[in-house]
Design a protein around this ligand. Structure first.
Ligand SMILES: Nc1ncnc2c1ncn2[C@@H]1O[C@H](COP(=O)(O)OP(=O)(O)OP(=O)(O)O)[C@@H](O)[C@H]1O
Length: 392
């Protein structure tokens, strides 16, 4: 059944499925699922914010959206920004606030534009949904009756839509503005047509601040009884680079791998305590180079003028720890930034590292670019002459 049919098919009996509805039309939430089913859910779904208040960070955006709801005036919305920052969660929480769980099913059409991105989807599914009149009286308890008179179409990953589909969409947006609002979600605005952009109020979801990720991670750690060292939480938060989905997925993977498996010959024997998650567990799970490895590479590059031995150090670490040059490059760039060096050395490093990253992303050879990395860092050091760098 398509998303559109799913959204319109009020009486269809449903199996227990996250986000689906039961026969009475009540939207199922995570809390309605049996405890066992909840345990099997990915934590990103289990802890997806239910209400706008549960969304972490983005205070200004949430305040503006709340004002729209209170004023009962709603423009078409465009939410854009990097993955895992809460765009979809915010729109779903907003829809829940306007319609309540019960009516969401009839009033919201959620399409993932990267699945159904052709012209047919825009012409048929959206058009039919947008043009049908709402035949339900809205639940008065939401307090948003003025807003609840229109339908909401959520177009996730809209930057994957073809340009023809985007052209068709802008006509549809105009034609059905009387009873429909669009929420367009995208990672990159440059892939959306300017005509579409000008019809929406835009909100940029920037990468989440470390404190905002930590708040949710701490809550999940407590609720799930995760055994994790405080410094490992710090590393997880930093390595997530503003992506909450990444933080929760890594935490769940580390937690799963820290749990002992039942013994084959004594399956009912009580299980030993799970191992505590450490910094190393986190770095291994993310496959990020450990800080001590980066320190070793940096010390060698800055203090050894023999290029061959620099190359050997990096290649040995890459082979024994399974590190990728791209990961070494970004971690090393972060570390080099912190050093006090003359401007011309810094410029050489910044330009050179950016060049290597660009060549790697274009498919450049790891071996050749590893040599390039050594050349760039050593070249910057040579510019300093005898003085060298003071390493702490
Ligand atoms: N700001 C946030 N507050 C609380 N949880 C969040 C937040 N952002 C992301 N999450 C968590 O990460 C998961 C993924 O978030 P969501 O789908 O909203 O991201 P997105 O920005 O729409 O990403 P994408 O661009 O990849 O679709 C959510 O289920 C939720 O658990």
């Amino acid at each position: 059944m398509s998303d559109y049919e799913d959204a319109m098919d009020v009486d269809a009996p449903k199996d227990v499925q996250f986000g689906s509805d039961n026969a009475a039309g009540k939207k199922r939430t995570v809390a309605d699922l049996p405890v066992e089913a909840q345990d099997n859910l990915p934590w990103v779904e289990k802890y997806r914010p239910e209400s706008l208040d549960d969304v972490s960070g983005h205070q200004d955006i949430l305040a503006t959206i709340n004002r729209f709801v209170e004023a009962k005036r709603f423009p078409h919305l465009l939410l854009y920004g990097p993955p895992g920052t809460g765009k979809t969660s915010t729109v779903l929480a907003l829809a829940r606030r306007i319609y309540g769980n019960k009516n969401m099913r009839q009033m919201v059409l959620e399409l993932n534009a990267s699945d159904d991105r052709g012209i047919d989807v825009v012409r048929e599914q959206i058009k039919t949904f947008a043009s049908t009149k709402q035949i339900f009286s809205m639940a008065p308890q939401t307090g948003n009756e003025g807003l609840a008179g229109f339908k909401l179409i959520i177009l996730d990953e809209a930057d994957a839509m073809t340009s023809t589909a985007q052209m068709a969409l802008r006509r549809i947006m105009e034609r059905y503005t009387a009873n429909t609002r669009f929420c367009i979600i995208a990672n990159y605005t440059h892939k959306l047509s300017p005509a579409l952009l000008s019809r929406c109020t835009r909100f940029r979801f920037s990468p989440l601040k470390e404190a905002d990720i930590r708040t949710i991670v701490d809550q999940v750690v407590e609720k799930e009884g995760v055994k994790i060292q405080p410094e490992a939480v710090g590393s997880l938060v930093t390595l997530s680079k503003g992506d909450m989905r990444r933080a929760l997925n890594v935490l769940q993977a580390c937690h799963a791998s820290s749990k002992p498996l039942p013994m084959r010959d004594a399956p009912n024997a009580p299980l030993p305590e799970p191992e505590t998650i450490t910094n190393t567990t986190i770095y291994d799970c993310i496959a990020a180079p450990h800080p001590s490895d980066i320190q070793e590479i940096m010390t060698t590059l800055l203090t050894t003028s023999d290029v061959t031995s620099c190359l050997n150090t990096i290649n040995t670490l890459k082979a024994t720890k399974g590190l990728a040059l791209a990961d070494i490059l970004s971690a090393l760039a972060d570390q080099l930034q912190t050093l006090e060096v003359p401007a011309h050395t810094r410029i050489t490093w910044l330009e050179g590292l950016a060049e290597i990253e660009w060549r790697l992303s274009g498919g450049g050879s790891e071996a050749v670019q590893t040599g390039g990395l050594v050349g760039v860092v050593r070249g910057g050091c040579e510019l300093m002459g005898e003085k060298g760098v003071a390493l702490t």
